[in-house]
Design a protein around this ligand. Structure first.
Ligand code: WTA
Length: 625
């Protein structure tokens, strides 16, 4: 079938993994140390799955303590730098000391197994110390991206019942000081027992619940609390089609086995690697591939707190040169931004340390792939396109070590133990080169355990569209040779610069303006960010349209969700086009924004007749002010 012998060998190995799923994962689970071996590899209570049941471990032990017995004790765990050029380096041993010290501090505050601790911090080493200290005690972290605003934090506290917050006074972005503490101070939730503040400015004053992050004095040992494999490691909120962001819960054992395995398989990271994953810890990519997988494998990482193109577009490339990065993992959005700039910013730098490049978050278009391959990889580094989601924990489709050939725009073959297919509306497998829904047909250890406090939603969103298949909500095609190409979301999730934003969330935020009657938003293509938001708004009676209203709408959305939401346009219309059952015809709205001809759109809406769609289309167009 394949011309490349290595691929054939991989397929054999892959088939073995699928046909012996439990044995395969049981063997693979030795990639991390356990305090107690599991009794059962997989407990199938469809659609709830438990991995390595009966096993005991601790994530902080997996990431730190295990390395102290090896030469990795003094190996660098993280190099860190920020926009001001400040630098910090920590070895595994130093990180271990800091985590123990901070664990003790948290323990004294009363943090214990099962408590939820909200972390609202920029990308600094102490943010990682915070995460590992929380899990050392068996508590559960809920990291909230530092670009999110007050309401996003409030919603998460309410849902996760977080008892503690760990934050920092500020961060820097494009040379500007961004205050984080003031955001936290706007929140006054009685159930929060303490707020620990990393004082980066030197003028923080302890007061009431607000306590200062302790300065390291001496070594203290806090025994890592052994937790069950199925004990939640963290909850991370992500946007879906309807309702508020969902609290995705990941396990400890299955998750760690999965992220460590997949990082090694896809990027072949090694003892001499200097790994740079550019994601923030506020996203799943940061959890899995900045914190847990690299530390579990004992490799050296670089992290950077700041904007990619500040003070100029050579920033990232100069960092690759300076730190001699060997594997570089980023997003198509970032690459598209760099493609706008003069190539000299890239070519002026010696990037010869690079061995592997990676991409995540959205489909990487072939032009971007070529640019990445030629200019950053200097035509010698494979591009590892990794398809996965918050819910999957780690990579699902990505080239296994050294697989050839790579095809621009294709995430290649599924990783071992991951059974993926492309199906039609009824769940039947589709022939090659036919667009359909991507599904996962067998459980894998990195899979989420569920949605916090909402088993029904978990069943409905992921397991009800098809019988016994996990539904990720993406379109894909598969070629004759089994390669997968991902074609974007099949639902109403908008991917702005790779970040998942639900239409419902944006609409709800727009509705917070008292002059707005109704709102509908759609994602529209954007050259750099992949997608941005176009909004259609109807105003309350008596309100007249003016430019200021648009600014107010944008301001409100920023206030409620944060600056991650970027608008292309806001249209004021008389009424929103709806089907008889009251569903907003979003695809029609999209067609209006994209200036598509009527002919293209008549088949767009399943629930309305051609005549209705035509009429609605004309009405919307006519009424745009
Ligand atoms: C999209 C990010 C194409 C996809 C890790 C998925 C991708 C969503 C790729 C999950 C890729 C992620 N090619 N599309 N390599 N990687 N996606 O939860 O639509 O923020 O469903 O996780 O990103 O986004 P999330």
């Amino acid at each position: 079938m394949y011309y490349y012998p290595y691929v054939n060998r991989y397929i054999e190995f892959y088939n073995y993994s699928i046909n012996n799923l439990e044995d395969f994962w049981a063997y693979q689970a030795n990639i991390i140390p356990w305090f107690r071996r599991w009794d059962k590899v997989l407990e199938d209570n469809h659609p709830f799955y438990k991995w390595f049941v009966g096993g005991l471990l601790n994530a902080s032990y997996v990431c730190l303590d295990q390395h102290l017995e090896t030469y990795r004790k003094d190996k660098v765990a993280f190099y860190w730098e920020n926009e001001l050029g400040e630098r910090e380096t920590v070895s595994y041993y130093e990180l271990y000391n800091r985590v123990n010290y901070f664990s003790k501090f948290l323990q004294d505050l009363g943090v214990k197994k099962g408590d939820v601790v909200l972390i609202y911090m920029p990308l600094v080493i102490d943010a990682i110390v915070a995460m590992l200290s929380v899990v050392r005690l068996g508590a559960i972290h809920n990291v909230v991206f530092s670009g999110f605003s007050k309401n996003a934090i409030l919603g998460r506290i309410e849902d996760s019942k977080a008892k503690f917050i760990i934050t920092a006074t500020h961060t820097y972005r494009r040379g500007k000081k961004v205050d984080l503490l003031s955001v936290i101070k706007e929140i006054n939730v009685d159930s929060i027992q303490n707020i620990v503040v990393l004082d980066r400015s030197g003028d923080f004053k302890e007061e009431g619940k607000y306590v200062k992050w302790p300065t390291y004095k001496e070594f203290v040992y806090v025994p890592p609390v052994p937790v069950e494999s199925t004990h939640p490691l963290f909850v991370l909120y992500t946007s879906g089609t309807t309702g508020k962001p969902k609290g995705i819960v990941h396990s400890t054992g299955g998750y760690l086995v999965y992220v460590a395995s997949t990082l090694r398989w896809a990027f072949n990271v090694d003892n001499d690697s200097i790994w740079w994953c550019t994601a923030d810890i506020g996203w799943i990519t940061g959890h899995s591939y900045v914190v847990y997988a690299p530390l579990a494998l004992g490799i050296t990482s670089f992290i950077y707190e700041g904007a990619p193109d500040y003070p100029d577009p050579s920033k990232w490339w100069s960092l690759i040169e300076k730190y001699k990065i060997t594997e570089f993992y980023t997003s198509p959005t970032a690459l598209r931004m760099f493609m706008k700039y003069d190539l000299k910013y890239v070519l002026d730098h010696d990037l010869s340390s690079l061995r592997m490049l990676g991409s995540v978050g959205e489909p990487i278009n072939p032009e971007v792939w070529e640019w990445f391959y030629v200019n950053i990889g200097r035509s010698k580094c494979p591009i590892i396109d990794t398809w996965w989601q918050t819910e999957t924990g780690g990579f699902m489709i990505a080239p296994f070590i050294g697989i050839l050939p790579l095809k621009p725009g294709f995430a290649s073959l599924p990783l071992p133990g991951v059974l993926v297919d492309v199906v039609d509306e009824q769940g039947n497998s589709l022939p090659p080169n036919t667009k359909g829904y991507i599904v996962v047909k067998s459980p894998w250890p990195g899979m989420m355990m569920g949605i916090l406090n909402d088993d029904e939603k978990y069943k409905e969103v992921y397991w009800s569209k098809f019988e016994k298949m996990y539904y990720p909500g993406d379109y894909a095609i598969r070629t004759e040779d089994g390669y997968f190409q991902l074609l974007g979301r099949a639902d109403e999730v908008i991917k702005i610069a790779g970040h998942r934003i639900g239409t419902f969330e944006v609409e709800s935020a727009i509705l917070e303006n008292d002059f707005v009657a109704e709102a509908a938003v759609v994602g529209v293509p954007d050259e750099v960010r992949g997608e941005v938001v176009a909004a259609f708004v109807t105003l309350k009676q008596g309100v007249s349209v003016n430019e200021e209203l648009k600014q107010k709408i944008i301001g409100k959305v920023r206030e409620i969700i944060g600056p991650v939401v970027v608008f292309s346009s806001i249209f004021f219309v008389d009424k929103l086009p709806k089907t008889r059952s009251g569903k907003i015809m979003r695809r029609l709205l999209k067609a209006v924004v994209l200036g598509k001809e009527l002919g293209d759109i008549t088949t767009l809406e399943e629930e309305a007749s051609v005549e209705e769609v035509k009429k609605a289309y004309e009405e919307v167009k006519r009424s745009i002010v």
